[in-house]
Design a protein around this ligand. Structure first.
Ligand code: PMP
Length: 372
């Protein structure tokens, strides 16, 4: 079969897995004051320095969490709970871990949702117009997980420059594909996930600019400087740092390969005369994700037919608990248009071969011909 759903998750890197097996012998609790604990603590802080360095952050600005969902929750709830009914802004195209958190806070805060244009980018004019004196937080993702479209974070940073609102960026789909320097990006909070960069599931990073104060969501023994209590998952933290290091070192090589696969995919479909349109501006998209509108078939039918041909892709995001619901991202871009229900996301990896692309497009051609 061909797996082309790397935006949903990636397989674990073998080198990192082997390193984890070795590291697992070092079982100490980083909070213990004896030598075994101190060794674990030293390893943990080494991973933190590595993660920080790769983002151009200070180690004290890095908090390890159980994943990007928790990191996004901590960023958003950690800010909102410090204010009395603040105004907060996000976009209609965020991942569920941001969008549903904003929705859950609709009593504690006043929430504005900014739509995307049909190019797949957030409407920055609408964002500028929505900004108020009491706006405490703005959350906008860097790379959209359904369309791959890069969001205008620099421009949003400029809009917020003279304003006190904190800028929170979900960079889960960006890291390893797009260079990330938190200082240059001008963000206050930024989140990452291990399992999108060939690391383990259940580990994430929250970058928090040193002057940003967050209320913790999980209280206890004051681990992670009180921001996230609970004995640190040292093993996964080590693997996260290693995954970040490798993704960063191989970023250009990986992106070029992904780009070639994407181009081949589009060329193959054109040659095979399969009717399609790209959703979102392909020139502003990350190398690994492409969302395609097939006017001739419903998403659900296509996903099933492709699955039967052993080709594994997604409708929108896999994260919405296995259901095929119309994508909220495409709805924000296109409204009620039928195109929302006739689109499929393909996400590629440097691990794929050119022949995998041929297999996908041959299957698509087959399905198309059976229908017509
Ligand atoms: N944000 C985005 C953009 C994502 O794609 C995902 C993963 N589907 C998450 C957040 C959640 O990450 P995690 O699975 O680590 O909780």
């Amino acid at each position: 079969g061909v797996y082309a759903d790397f935006a949903a998750t990636t397989p674990m890197d073998k080198e990192i897995m082997e390193q984890m097996l070795e590291d697992s012998m070092e079982f100490g609790n980083p909070s213990s004051i004896h030598k075994v604990g101190k060794r674990a603590k030293a390893k943990l802080e080494h991973s933190r320095r590595e993660a920080a360095g790769l983002l151009n952050a200070h180690p004290s600005e890095i908090t390890f969490t159980s994943g990007a969902t928790e990191a996004n929750n901590l960023a958003i709830r950690g800010i909102v709970s410090r204010f009395d009914h603040p105004h907060i802004i996000t976009t209609e195209i965020e991942h569920a871990s941001v969008l549903n958190t904003y929705e859950a806070l609709e009593e504690a805060a006043e929430v504005t949702y900014i739509p995307a244009t049909d190019k797949g980018t957030v409407d920055t004019a609408a964002l500028k117009a929505a900004l108020r004196e009491d706006t405490a937080l703005v959350s906008v993702m860097l790379v959209n997980n359904e369309t791959g479209v890069m969001q205008p974070i620099y421009e949003i940073g400029e809009i917020l420059a003279e304003h006190g609102a904190k800028l929170h960026v979900d960079a889960v789909q960006a890291f390893g594909h797009v260079g990330i320097d938190v200082k240059e990006l001008g963000v206050d909070l930024l989140t990452l996930s291990g399992h999108k960069i060939y690391g383990p599931k259940g580990i994430g990073v929250l970058y928090r600019e040193k002057d940003v104060v967050l209320s913790p969501m999980i209280t206890g023994g004051s681990h992670e400087k009180g921001r996230r209590s609970g004995t640190e998952n040292s093993l996964f933290i080590g693997a996260m740092a290693a995954a970040m290091k490798k993704a960063d070192a191989e970023r250009t090589v990986r992106s070029i390969k992904e780009m070639q696969l994407k181009e081949k995919f589009l060329n193959n479909m054109t040659h095979a005369e399969i009717p399609f349109e790209v959703n979102g501006d392909v020139n502003q998209a990350s190398s690994h994700i492409i969302n395609i509108h097939f006017p001739w078939a419903d998403s659900e039918f296509l996903l099933t037919a492709l699955d039967m041909a052993d080709i594994y892709v997604s409708g929108g995001s896999a994260c919405s608990a296995g259901t095929v619901e119309p994508s909220h991202v495409l709805e924000s871009m296109f409204g009620e248009d039928a195109r929302v229900k006739k689109s499929v996301r393909f996400s590629f990896s440097h691990l794929m071969e050119e022949e995998d692309i041929d297999t996908i497009t041959e299957a698509l051609k087959d399905i198309y011909e059976r229908l017509s």
